[in-house]
Design a protein around this ligand. Sequence first.
Ligand SMILES: N[C@@H](CCC(=O)N[C@@H](CS)C(=O)NCC(=O)O)C(=O)O
Length: 211
Amino acid sequence: MPYDITLIDFSKQEQKAPDYLKLNPNGKIPTICDRAEGRAIFESGAILWHLATKYGAFLPTDPAAQSEVMQWLFFQVGHVGPMMGQAMYFQRILAAHGNEQPFSINRYVKESRRLLEVLDTRLEGRDWLAADQYTIADMATYPWARAYVWAVVDIDGLRNLRSWFDRLDARPMVQKALTIPKAQPQFWDAREDATEFLKENAARFAGDAKA
Ligand SMILES: N[C@@H](CCC(=O)N[C@@H](CS)C(=O)NCC(=O)O)C(=O)O
């Protein structure tokens, strides 16, 4: 479907601007505006569910299969995203501002690793997280889990997870999505020099880190 993108600049706190809060009361990205329906939708899981049901794709209609997809989708929005987000925040942002919190780093890195182990166990003998097919649960979980490099969480020994990354990496539309709004390979690729990226990213959250 055709769409256009509006970049929300965190360094200017655009995500907390009054006009944006009308679309997303929580002041975070992402948000979509479905112009045909004249409404905004926030929370990535709800956005994926909206698109999947609207266009009849990547979400089975059989109730048991759909429930399985929703369980793994909720597992992502309730666990993987928040924990890996905190692992990133404490290591890549707060520590980069000279405020290192070893207790928090340890807590979030350990919990992130545990969650990646849960995914690895789930993927034993399976290609996809739910319903034996590629669904919105895989789409939602991949960007966070795949950014283990940036979250400084290791995936040593998690071979099912690694194979699932490979399967997703091989999908042309996944590769395309990774360039939108721009390619940021430092999130995924340990060989990339992250020095500049680290500075830019930390600067984006400078106000937050000071507070
Ligand atoms: N549960 C939300 C999480 C959204 C979220 O945490 N977004 C972050 C970026 S990944 C954000 O907008 N941070 C800006 C801020 O906290 O001000 C979702 O899945 O949509």
